[in-house]
Design a protein around this ligand. Structure first.
Ligand SMILES: [Zn+2]
Length: 287
């Protein structure tokens, strides 16, 4: 059964580790992530962007697929199904479709409008026992058409949003989506420290986990980050393994054209990436 992300993130923040959010794109992705979480006895959050939801034939299809897998694969670790960077309309659609966790990205609205819309969703999520992630200070780079400049969040605005009763808060601290440029300035730990000082026990979320050096990840966790989003890294691992399989001509040997064989190396590469991240974040054995 899907669960809200609240309990797993409260435990993570108290225990100084982080739970990974891994974005899904299809059945192979979902299966690889769930199997790895179960094997490592780690809680996990499955992220679905609005674009990926559309690609997978809509939110109800996603909910049906994930619920089916939890049962058929005998998954017993805590799993949350989370809308990633949702619009206000997308958030409402996912609440109705059966998601267990929602992110409303109101960072591009003026703060007053972000507060008004977030408040409405806090109430909707509370009634159903769903967790809600809010964002302050846009996160750089592009994710499914959502473009952010990578600014650092204002700690007072973070407190204003945290006080609305959201479950977790994504604050921009110089992190960006996708690959990091060579001239990237690194995470702003001053901002993170100031945000945590104002928001107390609120689990903080680090987006754009791909390519942030391990020591910065560990420092961010020590300063209150309890959820880390990983998306691009699984895509790159899948792409590299699939390219290798085809370049080695394995798709042309025997029944190597069978999609169950063709997609297997990519799925294994996703598993290896997820394992590496769960070990780095410290969530192994925390289910
Ligand atoms: Zn993000």
């Amino acid at each position: 059964m899907l669960v809200s992300a609240k309990e797993m993130l409260t435990k993570a923040k108290a225990g100084k580790y982080a739970v990974g959010q891994f974005n899904i794109n299809n059945l192979e992705w979902t299966k690889a992530i769930l199997q790895t979480a179960q094997e490592l006895q780690s809680p996990v959050i499955l992220g679905v962007s609005e674009g990926a939801g559309k690609y997978m034939c809509g939110y109800k299809t996603v909910v049906g697929m994930v619920n089916g897998m939890l049962e058929e694969l005998n998954i017993t670790v805590p799993v949350a199904l989370h809308l990633d960077h949702g619009s206000f309309e997308g958030a409402k659609a996912c609440i109705n479709a059966g998601f267990s966790s929602i992110m409303f990205d109101g960072s591009h609205y003026p703060i007053d409008e972000n507060i008004a819309k977030t408040t409405e969703l806090v109430n909707a999520c509370n009634v159903l026992g769903l967790s809600l992630e809010a964002e302050v200070g846009s996160i750089g780079g592009e994710e499914d058409g959502v473009v952010g400049a990578g600014e650092c969040a204002d700690p007072d605005e973070c407190k204003a949003i945290a006080d609305l009763g959201v479950t977790m808060l994504a604050a921009g601290i110089g992190n960006i989506h996708g690959k990091y440029p060579d001239n990237w300035a690194g995470l702003s730990f001053e901002t993170l420290d100031a945000v945590q000082a104002k928001t107390g026990d609120m689990p903080l979320v680090l987006h754009g986990g791909t390519g942030i050096p391990a020591d910065m990840i560990k420092k961010a966790i020590s300063l209150g980050v309890a959820k880390i989003n990983v998306n691009t890294e699984c895509q790159l691992a899948f792409q590299e393994a699939t390219r290798k399989y085809i370049e080695e001509g394995k798709d042309q040997q025997g029944k190597g054209f069978d999609p169950r064989k063709l997609l297997a190396p990519g799925a294994e590469a996703i598993k290896a990436t997820v394992k590496e991240k769960m070990e780095l974040f410290g969530s192994v054995g925390k289910a």
